[in-house]
Design a protein around this ligand. Structure first.
Ligand code: GLC
Ligand code: GLC
Length: 822
């Protein structure tokens, strides 16, 4: 069953009933001011950092699930009836309910008793504010007399403190009201130089800023006393819970419409100009007033909206495809690219599953995310790389996470996740291939943000590589540390105390447990680094790296191969993990996918065997599970992985993030049908018709789909902020469709299903637009290119002469001469 449909033309997902299985959300903002918004207007806003600068309150894990948001109430003066056009929070039955989630905006509304009301929510480019444009239309035959009420609940900035420190927080809330604008200024009197504001375009009948005055005792958002009575009481918050609510009277003739604009925003003042007059406690509003005045005008709001549309148009035009598969088209052209921008902005910090409090930007996560967004925002990708590398430690290791506001490494989580450093090499290589901007390698970048410690970025990469060489285990495989990509395979933790963190508790020496996955990653990163070194003229460096890679490849064959598949790891006792010798967890996806995609065993059949085992033991209709058989009990020596009930998360869930590794490995083996088949199993659009089972949004990937051991096999969880976005985008565009960026130019090397007659694509790359037409003339993947009318050897498009703007490429697919892709 479906809860809506894709409007591909408008790049929107249209939800047609409010009671979706879970809240289906969207993101507002793409620079510094952000919001999360659900299909019933739930969610919250923040400036840069969802933990440290949260503007509005949201209560996670509430009942009903999604409560707290950007709410509007309408009240009919004659009948006294009131309702919310976004359904929540009153949940009255509505007609023509629709939520259109688009690129950086959402339009939510419905009809009730002949009154239609729809609100368009978005964040203008370059501003730290959000606009709500509410349009009310009277569809009755008689005039209508209504009141419209807005409401937000302010968060006292630090979301963690706000949800825990009540003995203080019930005393500090402060507001100011001037010219109908509500200013939230808690802690502005002391160390904060920022405040929030909530303004309304119309003359207001009243306001409320004290939550309990608005709701009334023992009432919730679904039944506020003030709305029921039809009057706000001009309450002023002193402590307790500051809110912002305006009341506007709306009289409409039959057929008449009226627009009301609300603006919610964030503003900072220089510390020495905080107050006006100086010496008073009144906010200096000189610089904020013009901004508010501007965006309360519907024309300015419309203009800002058009600019936002144009921005997304240009971003999404970088890679466009037209394939025989509608799900591929809409994911590549719209939603997967859009999700990659969300993971760029949010990393794993703020969604309806990530509270915005726990995790800042992950080193491993953000480096991998680069694979999905570098082509859309190259300049910001460069900045992100420098920020990430600045948190690297002198040893080459890395803080696992950093806080986006301070850009400092997070000490609570620390380092020693031994895969982390290699992802920096992968991220930088992706940046270089996309942009050709080699200057980044000479950029001076500090370690642990310590001034004076700067070296060229290139040296950071060298130290990343060396980090593993300094930490090899008894078999010559990389030591795993606290965990590798799989945060939950904690082989040095041995935790028997409830509440201990599996990631930070380490009570084994860490000199025995090894990771075959990191070995695969080392091989891939080592090849990238060798290539970079060689292009910098460092011949012997390059050779050294390739020797180490070769050595690791041998070690994996010797100690990392189990006969039919790659072993996953060695535990602290030196026993195999992910081997036929194990009782449970005999085969894992990570080492199959990553070793094969890195090229280990591509030529001599090991990779193909590994893929055959994936198909035999791990593949399900809903995607590929992480391991089998699932752990049926807790194993002290394996850690968090065995803490999850079978079929969920890392314990044999379908962890979508690593499915594309298998997809890429299949393309490297020339298996287009297998690759596309796996791709389609987890493509959210292809799962739209089973929304009752899938439950998460059909327009974005979720981190996890419950595996075959779970009672809810096929149910997705943790949508939006997942490495799945970048990896799947990378897998479909660069490996299946085969439009692949490389140091010397763009390749066209598709490995698509045998049944496809072909496809077309346009790709902007280093200032040139490539118009690509792929035509199948035979059964295989062998490519013959015709570039601007001339045949070209191989699959690399030669760099066009200076000044070229467009290049036309025809690629003929024929029977394969060689199966294996380099
Ligand atoms: C989460 C983490 C990621 C990790 C994965 C597997 O997605 O953000 O860093 O690799 O889980 O444990
Ligand atoms: C949990 C999650 C995993 C995440 C880790 C670190 O173990 O399952 O996905 O990466 O926590 O926060």
């Amino acid at each position: 069953m479906q809860y809506g449909y894709f409007d591909d033309e408008r790049r929107e997902y249209v939800i047609t009933r409010p009671d979706t299985p879970l809240p289906w959300i969207n993101y507002l903002g793409c620079e510094a001011y952000f919001g999360i918004i659900s299909n019933t207007a739930g969610g919250y806003s923040f400036y840069r950092d969802a933990r440290l600068r949260r503007l509005t309150r949201y209560r996670y894990n509430n009942a009903p699930y999604d409560l707290g948001g950007r709410y509007i109430y309408l009240r009919d003066a004659d009948s006294g009836k009131f309702w919310s056009p976004s359904w929540q929070p009153t949940r009255h039955e509505l007609q023509n309910y629709e939520c259109r989630h688009g690129m950086g905006y959402s339009i939510i509304g419905a009809e009730y008793n002949g009154i239609e009301a729809r609100t368009r929510y978005f964040v203008p480019l370059g501003e730290n504010l959000e606009i709500w444009q509410l349009t009310i239309t009277n569809r009755r035959t008689a005039p209508a007399k209504l009141s419209a009420f807005s409401v937000v609940e302010f968060c006292l900035w630090d979301a963690q403190d706000d949800a825990t420190n009540f003995q203080r927080n019930f005393n500090i809330g402060q507001v100011e009201i001037e010219d109908r604008v509500i200013y939230h200024k808690t802690e502005y009197r002391e160390r904060r130089d920022h405040f929030a504001y909530f303004a309304c375009s119309e003359k207001t009948l009243g306001f409320d800023t004290q939550r309990e005055a608005f709701l009334g005792p023992y009432r919730g958002w679904d039944n506020p006393k003030a709305v029921e009575c039809g009057n706000l009481s001009d309450s002023v918050a002193n402590g307790w819970a500051p809110i912002g609510s305006h009341q506007v009277s709306v009289e409409l003739a039959p057929g008449e419409s009226k627009q009301i604009v609300f603006v919610l925003g964030y503003h900072e003042n220089p510390r020495d100009q905080k107050f006006d007059p100086q010496g008073s406690q009144v906010i200096n509003k000189r610089t904020v007033k013009p901004v508010i005045a501007k965006y309360l005008k519907p024309e300015s709001a419309d203009r800002a909206f058009d600019k936002l549309k144009a921005y997304w148009e240009s971003v999404l035009n970088i890679c466009r495809v037209d394939t025989p598969d509608v799900h591929t088209n809409r994911m590549v052209n719209v939603w997967n690219a859009y999700q990659c921008m969300a993971t760029f902005n949010m990393s794993r910090s703020a969604s309806f599953y990530e509270s915005g409090i726990g995790r800042g930007l992950g080193f491993r996560d953000s480096n991998q995310d680069l694979l999905g967004f570098v082509q859309m925002v190259p300049a910001r990708a460069r900045e992100r790389i420098i920020d990430l590398a600045s948190t690297q430690l002198p040893s080459g290791g890395a803080y696992h996470q950093y806080q986006p506001l301070t850009k400092r490494g997070n000490n609570d989580v620390g380092s020693n996740f031994n895969d982390d450093p290699h992802w920096l090499i992968i991220g930088v290589a992706a940046y270089l291939k996309e942009t050709g901007d080699w200057s980044i390698l000479d950029e001076p970048v500090p370690y642990d943000n310590q001034p004076g410690s700067e070296t060229a970025l290139f040296e950071h990469l060298q130290r990343s590589f060396q980090y593993t060489l300094d930490r090899l285990g008894p078999h010559g495989l990389p030591l795993i540390g606290r965990a590798d990509w799989n945060d939950c395979l904690n082989l040095n933790c041995f935790s028997d105390t409830p509440g201990q963190s599996f990631q930070t508790t380490t009570n084994k020496e860490g000199k025995i447990a090894e990771s075959v996955f990191i070995a695969g990653l080392f091989v891939l990163a080592g090849r990238e680094l060798a290539e970079i070194a060689s292009r910098r003229g460092l011949k012997s460096e390059c050779e050294r790296y390739l020797n180490e890679v070769q050595q690791m490849d041998q070690t994996v064959r010797k100690y990392g191969w189990d006969g039919e598949w790659f072993i996953r790891a060695y535990d602290d006792f030196g026993n195999k993990v992910g081997s036929k010798e194990c009782k449970e967890g005999k085969i894992f996806i990570e080492s199959q996918g990553f070793c094969s995609l890195a090229g280990i065993g591509l030529e001599d059949g090991l990779a193909q065997k590994s893929m055959d085992s994936v198909r035999k033991y791990l593949a399900t209709d809903h995607g590929i599970v992480l391991q089998q058989p699932a752990y049926s009990q807790y194993y002290l020596h394996l850690g968090e992985i065995s803490s999850y009930p079978p079929g969920y998360k890392e314990n044999a869930g379908i962890f979508c993030h690593n499915n594309p590794w298998v997809i890429i490995a299949e393309t490297r083996l020339g298996n287009g049908d297998a690759a596309f088949d796996y791709y389609s199993r987890i493509n959210p659009s292809a799962r739209e018709s089973i929304s009752d089972l899938h439950r998460c949004e059909p327009y974005v990937y979720a981190q996890m789909i419950a595996g075959k051991d779970a009672p809810t096999h096929g149910e997705a969880k943790n949508s939006w902020l997942t490495g799945t976005a970048a990896w799947n985008y990378y897998a479909i565009t660069q490996w299946i469709l085969g439009i692949r960026v490389d140091h010397d130019g763009l390749r066209v090397a598709p490995v698509v299903p045998g049944s496809w007659r072909g496809f077309t694509a346009t790709r902007k790359f280093r200032g040139v637009t490539y118009h690509i037409e792929v035509i199948r003339e035979g059964t295989g993947n062998h490519v013959e290119l015709i570039v601007d009318g001339r045949p070209v050897e191989g699959d690399l498009i030669p760099v066009p002469p200076e000044g070229t703007t467009d290049v036309h490429v025809k690629a003929m697919l024929r029977a394969a001469k060689t199966a294996v892709r380099s």
